[in-house]
Write a protein that binds this ligand. Structure first.
Ligand SMILES: [Zn+2]
Ligand SMILES: [Zn+2]
Length: 439
């Protein structure tokens, strides 16, 4: 049973109307699922969150107050940002908050403070979707329930819609029954996918002063009814875009005058995939995309390569990244090309604090959730919540990254992904208990 309090949000979405019988978490999750937005284009999402929390009386920071634009990585092109912004305006984004977000400054930080001082609790909720075409299979719950993505080629396929839903219901509960002391800060982070958003929020001081920080991710191969106190072993990663620049020429009449950018991209791909393993460390390298060329009879003058490196140790990942960049430069040199190399995403590792894990485990147990250990599979992911964790820890606070079990219909980041919605209610209760015992 969900307690309703305060005014309803001002948007025109389903979250605002309040469907009978649905909890706040489910309403928000379904509305956000239906209107997914990829990293740094979360205009509708962020404006609705900010609007609702402001109406509940929370202190709200958005736009450049919540994120340093220059610290973002992998920001979409200006025309893509603008199209997404206009779409958000037409789809019921909150006009009070949209203008501050324009240009991709889509972070929201909301704080509630008790009259009496106490500890400061911080929860990260990531809000971005993925560039994926959602399944249209009638067996897929979003299809049956009428909340399949209305944005072609964009989909919430990681559970971040559920993170938003739980955080919004948590905020309502905190407002309805205020804790006697301390503060609660909800960090709604854009562009988690690719590790691009958290690093731009930290410099704005949004995590300064947080004593207990928790990031909770739904799913991660854990069934409904379970909690993993600490998902240690998250990998550091670096995502790189390299653009090779050559000289176009007729492929038959003057091939010797051309400089073939695609050859640089191909040679670099093989070199990167051939980087050595590091004994004693979990590492990954992957070239995920090559784009280049227009025709069979033109020597292509540009080619783009997207690749990533990952490791369970920041220094090892830095070494892998340096070697990958050397391979890119070497391939350019070999074919007489220029190459521009950009870091478009970067995530560090972090370790959980025992005391934070104990708080999580106590709250989980009190809520009837079962504690489980992380499976090997969930340990080879990355999440830039680690940027918040490290920042909090460096300033004397404690932190952990937890998994909140939710049975999945298909793996994360696939078109038929969905999580068990019945995990949301105990998830909110768990988070509320965690907040109250942390303050
Ligand atoms: Zn994801
Ligand atoms: Zn995720």
């Amino acid at each position: 049973m969900v307690e309703e309090s305060g005014r309803q949000p001002v948007d025109g979405g389903a979250a605002a109307r309040g469907t009978a019988g649905q909890s706040t978490a489910v309403r928000w999750r379904r509305d956000i699922h239906r209107h997914p937005e990829v990293g740094f284009t979360e205009f509708r999402t962020a404006s609705l969150i900010a609007g609702r929390l402001a109406d509940l009386g929370w202190e709200v920071r958005t736009g450049e107050d919540a994120l340093a634009p220059g610290a973002r990585l992998g920001v979409p092109a200006p025309d893509q940002l603008e199209r997404a912004y206009l779409r958000a305006e037409s789809e019921g984004g909150d006009p009070r908050f949209l203008p501050a977000l324009r240009g991709g400054n889509t972070a929201v930080v909301a704080t509630w403070r008790a009259a009496a001082p106490g500890r400061a609790f911080g929860l990260r909720a990531d809000i971005d979707a993925l560039p994926l075409h959602e399944s249209a299979d009638p067996a897929h719950l979003p299809v049956r329930g009428g909340f399949r993505s209305v944005h072609d080629g964009v989909m919430h396929a990681c559970g971040h819609d559920g993170h938003i839903g739980m955080a919004m219901e948590l905020a309502e509960r905190i407002t309805a029954q205020p804790p006697p002391r301390g503060s609660v800060t909800l960090l709604f982070q854009p562009a988690e996918e690719g590790g691009r958003g958290a690093r731009s929020m930290v410099p704005r001081g949004v995590a300064d002063g947080i004593d207990v920080f928790v990031a909770a991710h739904l799913g991660l191969n854990q069934p409904t009814g379970t909690v993993v106190g600490a998902l240690d072993g998250l990998l550091a990663n670096a995502k790189i875009r390299a653009v090779f620049r050559g000289v176009a020429a007729h492929a038959s009449m003057a091939p010797h005058e051309g400089r073939n950018a695609l050859l640089g991209a191909a040679a670099a791909t093989l070199a990167v995939q051939g980087l050595p393993r590091f004994p004693g460390h979990e590492t990954r390298v992957a070239v995920g995309a090559i784009h280049g060329g227009t025709s069979s009879n033109i020597v292509p003058d540009t080619a783009e390569v997207l690749l990533e490196t990952r490791a369970d140790d920041g220094a090892v990942n830095e070494e892998l990244r340096a070697r990958a960049e050397r391979a890119l430069r070497g391939a350019a040199e070999m074919y007489g090309l220029g190459v521009d190399i950009d870091l478009i995403g970067s995530v560090t590792t972090a370790r959980a604090d025992r005391e934070a894990v104990a708080l999580v485990e106590a709250a989980a147990t009190a809520g009837g959730l079962r504690l489980t250990a992380a499976s090997g599979e969930s340990g080879v992911a990355s999440d830039d919540a680690t940027a918040f964790m490290r920042h909090v820890q460096e300033r004397g606070g404690i932190a952990t990254y937890t998994a909140l079990g939710a049975t999945l219909t298909a793996p994360h980041h696939t078109p038929a992904f969905d999580f068990d919605e019945t995990a949301l209610a105990p998830g909110v209760a768990f988070l509320e208990d965690l907040v109250r015992r942390s303050l």
